[in-house]
Design a protein around this ligand. Structure first.
Ligand SMILES: Nc1nc2c(c(=O)[nH]1)N[C@H]1C(S)=C(S)[C@@H](COP(=O)(O)O)O[C@H]1N2
Ligand SMILES: [Mo]
Length: 248
């Protein structure tokens, strides 16, 4: 599989290309587990510091690297992007009445919502009862005013690579958070500081980290992993993250 990402240009090609409707990442991980190669590979990745490659190859591969708190840290870029709190802006553009550029103070001035819900990656790992808080996406969109005819949302990360999508209808549900805190503290850099998405009913790949932009549009533009075989509608238990995996 050739991933058109300069960060991973030097990575070994994965053993199998994406199959129609099949998540690439899980196939690779299952293949590795079958070969008993996980320990070896983990050691190599950690010592080589090539977690970029691991995480870039698929949302599944980094899951062999243990992380505190049950979360696996995924990023298709390296190092993690950082922005000074004072410089952070969340832009809301596209089919809106007013384009926005929100600072952290602007976000803090909007109604705050807390949600304590599970977080689940398509590859099967799950963290129960994570307390998140921030601003409901719909409260942000209401500030901007969505124009008639808009039906989709495109999210961009200030890592410069990762993108995500939701339909406008999905994004207006009261379970999609523009999160600024996790476990009662500001979101850590590795988890997407200072602002990330948390999309409660969908697999973790929808919960874009290092959120920089929200674009309101007419039609859905598939996100990073969606261009690589994962479902656009990533509902937990009802999308292709789980079709062929009895363990999820
Ligand atoms: N910017 C960005 N956001 C991302 C990803 C990523 O690689 N880059 N990975 C996604 C995937 S597949 C998952 S499961 C979660 C993992 O969140 P965590 O790294 O905080 O555990 O982040 C999602 N958001
Ligand atoms: Mo994931």
């Amino acid at each position: 599989m050739a991933i058109p990402d300069p960060d991973v240009a030097q990575a070994d090609p994965a053993p199998a290309g994406p199959r129609r409707g099949a998540p690439v990442g899980r196939r690779i991980v299952l293949g590795m587990i079958g070969l008993g190669a996980v320990g070896v590979a983990t050691g190599r990745w950690l010592s080589d510091g090539v977690s970029t490659v691991v995480a870039s190859t698929a949302p599944a591969l980094a899951s062999v690297i243990p992380a505190a708190g049950g979360f696996r840290i995924y990023s298709v870029t390296s190092p993690h992007p950082e922005v000074a709190a004072a410089d952070y802006r969340l832009t809301v553009t596209g089919m809106v009445d007013r384009e926005l550029s929100l600072s952290l103070a602007d976000l803090a001035a909007l109604p705050q919502t807390g949600l304590t819900k599970d977080f689940q990656c398509v590859t099967g790992w799950r963290v129960n009862d994570v307390p998140w808080s921030g601003v409901l996406l719909r409260d942000v969109l209401d500030q901007a005013g969505v124009e008639a005819g808009a039906a989709a949302l495109r999210f961009t990360s200030f890592d410069g690579v990762y993108t995500e999508s939701l339909t406008l209808e999905q994004g207006m549900q009261p379970d999609v958070l523009v999160a600024t805190s996790m476990f009662g503290a500001p979101i850590q850099v590795k988890h997407g500081a200072p602002v990330r998405l948390y999309v409660v009913p969908m697999y973790g790949y929808k919960s874009l980290k290092w959120l920089g932009g929200i674009e309101v549009a007419r039609t859905v533009t598939p996100g990073y992993w969606e261009e690589r075989g994962y479902d656009v509608d990533a509902y937990i238990g009802a999308s292709n993250g789980r079709n062929d995996d009895p363990n999820v």
